[in-house]
Design a protein around this ligand. Structure first.
Ligand SMILES: Cc1cc2nc3c(=O)[nH]c(=O)nc-3n(C[C@H](O)[C@H](O)[C@H](O)COP(=O)(O)O)c2cc1C
Length: 320
């Protein structure tokens, strides 16, 4: 593939440990976007946020922090801080569909009032100080795709370094097809690089996207890479893939056990498994059930080992 691949930010999943291990086991991703931090008027990073944006573990990987806020002053504070930490690109989240987030007018909630969105961006771009580059990750509207014309008009006024488009509305959450026509509209005479996101689960999907829209220089993939972290890696034979996946997943569990209590570490692994199970053919659902029921370290490890030893791989078709 000639185009680049960006790893989507997945809050609660692609934390520092995940990114570090994915990078080590499956090199080849061009950029990792970091799940959001939410700057507030307190102007401090919580310990969790500080850990999230710490990139000292692998300075050679391009990582891009993301902020979610509706307040330009708070946003600029964090943009300057992230710049001092060495980040040159900072991404703005206009996509999070969670009710608690949008209820406060943040994430996809920013798309409800295009004038406010315009004012926010105007303040951001006027407040940049030392060469920060700003990208955006956006949905196409709050309730209806028709809202996108006005949103796009606003975006076209600003010199983003990239526009990542998850071409769904807030209401559509993560379901159904993306609105390809909105992507085509965005690409038309785009003043910035456009990166599509949403339902690109496999290498085949990424290639199909590139064939459909040759102007695209990069795609962003999220859930497909959690389901199959090797989705874009060098081809290996099946045994090598299984060994690598086992080691990667075991290391991921160990890293979380080292920093969380058992209950939370197991819960994290179950979130990973929720996506990984799309990669295995579990005819009766017996293996998935055993994993879902696991509550301690030994049982989770045994249930996971059984999956890797017994179940055939299958192509990831779709994820829901
Ligand atoms: C569990 C979960 C957490 C997410 N966290 C973030 C986030 O922190 N920032 C963000 O911009 N998008 C977030 N997203 C959205 C993804 O980055 C991506 O846009 C979405 O999953 C569609 O891409 P995909 O079909 O390749 O997964 C999240 C999605 C999921 C499922």
């Amino acid at each position: 593939m000639s185009m680049q691949v960006f790893f989507a930010p997945l809050e609660g999943i692609t934390d520092r440990d995940y990114r570090k291990l994915h990078r080590a086991y499956y090199p080849g991703i061009d950029r990792y976007y970091i799940p959001f931090i939410s700057p507030t008027q307190d102007r401090i990073l919580t310990p969790r946020e500080a850990r999230m944006v710490d990139n000292s573990f692998c300075p050679d990987v391009v990582q891009i922090p993301q902020i979610m806020s509706k307040n330009a002053g708070d946003s600029l504070w964090s943009i300057h801080l992230l710049r001092e930490m060495g980040y040159s690109e900072i991404n703005l989240n206009f996509g999070c569909p969670s009710g608690t987030v949008t209820g406060k007018g943040k994430g996809a909630g920013m798309l409800r009032d295009v004038d406010a969105l315009d004012r926010y961006l105007d303040e951001i771009f006027n407040g940049l100080e030392s060469g920060e580059r700003i990208s955006v990750k956006s949905r196409i509207g709050f309730a209806a795709p028709e809202e996108y014309d006005d949103i796009l008009k606003v975006y076209r006024r600003y010199p983003f370094c990239a526009v990542i488009l998850h071409a769904r509305t807030k209401t559509e959450l993560y379901r159904g097809d993306i609105h390809k026509e909105a992507l085509a509209q965005t690409l038309q005479d785009a003043p910035w690089p456009v990166c599509p996101n949403g339902n690109i689960f496999t290498k085949k999907d990424a290639e199909a996207m590139q064939n459909a829209f040759p102007a695209i220089g990069a795609v962003m993939m999220g859930r497909g890479l959690i389901a199959d972290p090797a989705a874009l890696a060098r081809e290996e034979d099946e045994t090598a893939r299984r060994v690598r996946l086992t080691q990667f997943t075991n290391d991921l569990f160990d890293a979380h056990l080292a920093r969380l209590d058992v209950r939370n570490a197991v819960a994290y692994m179950k979130d990973i498994w929720f996506y990984q199970m799309h990669r295995f053919y579990d005819e009766t659902g017996k293996y998935a059930k055993r994993l879902r029921k696991a509550t301690d370290v030994t049982e989770f490890r045994a249930a996971y080992r059984a999956v890797l030893e017994d179940l055939p791989f299958t192509e990831v078709e779709t994820i829901s």
